[in-house]
Design a protein around this ligand. Structure first.
Ligand code: NDP
Length: 296
């Protein structure tokens, strides 16, 4: 079997188009413009690229984009004051603080200071709790993107065996909660899991979020399973480098029913879901119906 490739780039473009159409209607019918504020502290090159890309895509779907670039030695008090001002700003519906923060800033405290209704990254403890109890929340963007692709591919996920490899707060755990919410039987694997190969072989859905290049070989995959590769790993390639995922693409694609490539799979969905979350936050803040198909 050769797996169907789940094209995350094309899917993300469809999500952005859907968000853009909804934003157009919000403007025309309610005079509303969803606003996203991104806060970057310091000059981490990768973070700068992400922030630029987020700002560009925000504007492209017709939303307001605000960027706050702060010096690397910004004090916690100054950062918290900025977040307080953004919390109070009615034209801002989503606030994202780009992580990681410089070491002298307490990430938990900073994320905890964001109004949960504007927490479009879904990292605030209130949103974590709401997701964990199956209530309406802001859902972390990467797992939301994975869920959208799985729903699109399978329709219903009910009763499927899902294995999530990785238990981080930003990917593994929320991914597992979302799959449970869609009535999968969910196993969360991690670095201490015994017989990982056997665990993965039982899965109809495998989500790999580990951060280890090409760790999952094809002979771990049940024939016909769907493989979602969250990993983004840069590895040497002659004198240059290239991106690979957490699964060994060629051997997994030979066995799986469907697979996401790296690059061009989960990656592009993350920012698309950030835009979807900002739209959702704007609709909720104004008591309007949420956009269909763009939330968990
Ligand atoms: P973390 O480092 O926070 O978590 C990695 C997880 O993998 C941990 O739970 C760890 O287990 C587990 N793990 C490590 N080694 C093994 C092993 N040998 N066997 C089984 N499990 C193992 O990473 P993130 O969740 O933040 O990210 C995971 C990957 O996804 C990275 O490549 C990252 O770049 C990528 N990513 C991609 C995004 C996108 O937009 N596409 C967004 C976010 C992340 P333990 O807890 O026991 O240590």
């Amino acid at each position: 079997m050769t797996a169907q490739v789940i094209d995350g780039k094309a899917f993300a473009a469809r999500v952005r188009a859907q968000v853009g159409e909804h934003v157009g209607r919000l403007k025309a019918e309610h005079g509303l413009v969803p606003g996203l504020a991104v806060v970057l502290v310091g000059e981490d090159p990768a973070s700068q690229v992400y922030v630029r890309s987020k700002g560009k895509q925000t504007v492209e779907v017709g939303m307001k984009s605000v960027e706050h670039r702060l010096e690397v030695d910004t004090s916690e008090a100054d950062l918290l004051a900025l977040i307080e001002a953004l919390n109070a700003d009615a034209s801002i519906h989503g606030i994202l603080v780009q992580l990681p923060l410089p070491k002298h800033l307490n990430e938990e405290l900073v994320i905890g200071s964001i109004d949960p209704a504007k927490d479009v990254d879904g990292f605030h403890i209130s949103n974590v709790g709401l997701l964990g109890t199956g209530q309406k929340s802001m859902v972390p963007c990467t797992p939301l993107g994975c869920l959208m692709m799985l729903r699109d591919h399978h329709g219903s996920l009910s009763g499927m065996d899902a294995v999530v490899i990785g238990r981080s707060n930003i990917v593994g755990k929320p991914m597992a909660q979302l799959l449970l919410g869609d009535s999968c039987t969910v196993t969360i694997a991690h670095s201490r899991t015994k017989d990982l190969a056997d665990v993965v072989r039982r899965a109809d859905i495998v989500v790999a979020a580990v951060g280890r290049p090409e760790m999952v070989p094809g002979d771990w995959i049940k024939p016909g399973a769907t493989v979602i590769d969250v990993g983004i790993n840069r590895v040497p390639n002659g004198e240059k480098t290239r991106l690979v995922g957490d699964v060994d693409y060629d051997s997994c694609a030979a066995v799986a029913g469907a697979i996401t490539p790296v690059p061009g799979g989960v990656g592009p969905m993350t920012i698309a879901c950030l835009l979807a979350n900002t739209l959702t936050a704007c609709c909720r803040a104004n008591g309007l119906p949420e956009p269909e198909g763009l939330t968990a």
